[in-house]
Write a new protein. Structure first.
Ligand SMILES: Cc1cc2nc3c(=O)[nH]c(=O)nc-3n(C[C@H](O)[C@H](O)[C@H](O)COP(=O)(O)OP(=O)(O)OC[C@H]3O[C@@H](n4cnc5c(N)ncnc54)[C@H](O)[C@@H]3O)c2cc1C
Length: 375
């Protein structure tokens, strides 16, 4: 239920140890019910918007950055929680052992624009990395920020201006990709620090930068369950695992299946303004369908002659639109005309000749051929 709190069973003391129920005692309206059970609810809907979001790539797959090996190497999402005033440190930026950092390294494009991991640009990292740098400068006095980038992609409204502002705030921008993070100190100034080794491509020298904390701006990747969902909703995913739109320019929130729309980072990496814009577009599409009250289906759809169907189900697996269902009791298949796009795959594949294409039955095609030959 939206805007209603739910109990996290993994954290609740009562579900873990069988003791507590403090919330039950303090809840005035008596809204806590520990005996309530999970149940599957079914809703009949005409349209669906998929907005299942993204994951961050697993930082441990890039071993040279020592995530999990060095406690003060953080993922961008972990750092986002740290700087958040409702996060675990109440918004105070500190190392794992509670020290205020004197220097922080922020590493862009970790896994993005890299043919070994994700070839695409994750789009949001440059701007949230700049946001992090600004917050560090604001919250921690005299903390040096080192921002390692390949290209600074500040494409949005006011974004380039924000980057310029950070140049004046004293953030150190180093154009180069960090090759390795190590804790092996070469001199006393590096003792107890994480050392970032990178080529500064602007001046062509290899630099060693000792810092207290490192933030890895990781690639945004598709959720692994997106593939399962794509089968469930008869839409497709690209080779990167994100949902694919019907047309990149003319139908960016529609999918190959009528009535199924996509919005947000499940379609590809994007920031919140783009996500909101896409969600608005998807909602408008849905509303226009609801407003009309009825939909026009394709005239040329496939159909099945029930008496001829042997129930082999070959067509079920082949239909790219998930339009064919199998009735176990009758041992027959049936076509949902609202989903069928009339591609004819089932007609060509049906071994018993039960599937046919409306307006394109064999007799009609023969009659057309005879007509042409008679001219
Ligand atoms: C570190 C970091 C900082 C960022 N900072 C900014 C910023 O400052 N400004 C900005 O514009 N953007 C920022 N972004 C990008 C921003 O996070 C995304 O643009 C935004 O979250 C995309 O929204 P979304 O709804 O598509 O996906 P998500 O935010 O991922 O939401 C998807 C939701 O769907 C739910 N879900 C998934 N699968 C299912 C399912 N099968 N059934 C039901 N629910 C499901 C998930 O639980 C989740 O709640 C940042 C990203 C990162 C990683």
């Amino acid at each position: 239920v939206p805007n209603k709190p739910v109990i996290d069973r993994a954290l609740c003391q009562y579900f873990k140890n069988g003791k507590c129920r403090a919330c039950e005692k303090f809840c005035g309206p008596g809204a806590i019910n520990f005996e309530d059970k999970d149940r599957v609810e079914e809703y009949e809907v005409g349209t669906i918007i998929l907005s299942t979001g993204y994951d961050l790539m697993d930082a441990t797959t890039i071993s040279e950055y020592g995530y999990k090996r060095y406690p003060n190497v953080f993922t961008s999402l972990e750092f986002e929680r740290i700087v958040n005033s409702s996060g675990p440190t109440g918004g105070k930026i500190q190392t794992r052992d509670g020290r205020e950092p004197r220097s922080i390294g922020i590493l862009h494009c970790i896994g993005s624009r890299d043919k070994n991991y994700c070839e695409y640009c994750s789009r949001v990292c440059c701007m949230y990395a700049l946001k992090f740098a600004h917050l560090v400068k604001e919250k921690v006095r005299d903390c040096e920020v080192y921002d390692f980038y390949i290209d600074m992609r500040c494409f949005g409204k006011g974004y380039e201006e924000f980057y310029k502002r950070l140049l004046h705030e004293g953030v150190n921008f180093i154009r180069g990709k960090v090759a390795e993070i190590t804790d092996a100190a070469l001199d006393p100034s590096e003792e107890g620090k994480l050392i970032l080794r990178a080529e500064d491509t602007m001046i062509g020298v290899v630099r060693r930068v000792p810092v207290d904390m490192v933030v890895l701006c990781l690639a945004m990747v598709a959720k692994p369950e997106a593939r399962t969902l794509s089968h469930l909703f008869s839409c497709s995913v690209g080779k990167d695992g994100f949902f694919t739109e019907k047309h990149p320019k003319l139908a960016p929130v529609s999918t190959a299946t009528d009535g199924i729309y996509i919005a947000g980072a499940c379609q590809g990496p994007k920031d919140i303004p783009d996500t909101v814009a896409q969600a608005g577009a998807a909602a408008a599409q849905v509303l226009s369908l609801i407003q009309r009250g009825e939909v026009e289906t394709e005239a040329v759809t496939a159909a099945i002659v029930e008496e001829l169907c042997s129930g082999c189900q070959i067509c079920v697996g082949l239909c790219p639109y998930g339009a064919i269902t199998y009735n176990k009791e009758k041992n027959k298949t049936a076509i949902n005309e609202a989903l069928c796009k009339g591609c004819g795959t089932c007609v060509a594949a049906c071994p018993s000749g039960a599937a046919y294409q409306k307006h394109f039955r064999d007799q009609q095609i023969y009659a057309e051929i005879q007509g042409i030959l008679a001219i």
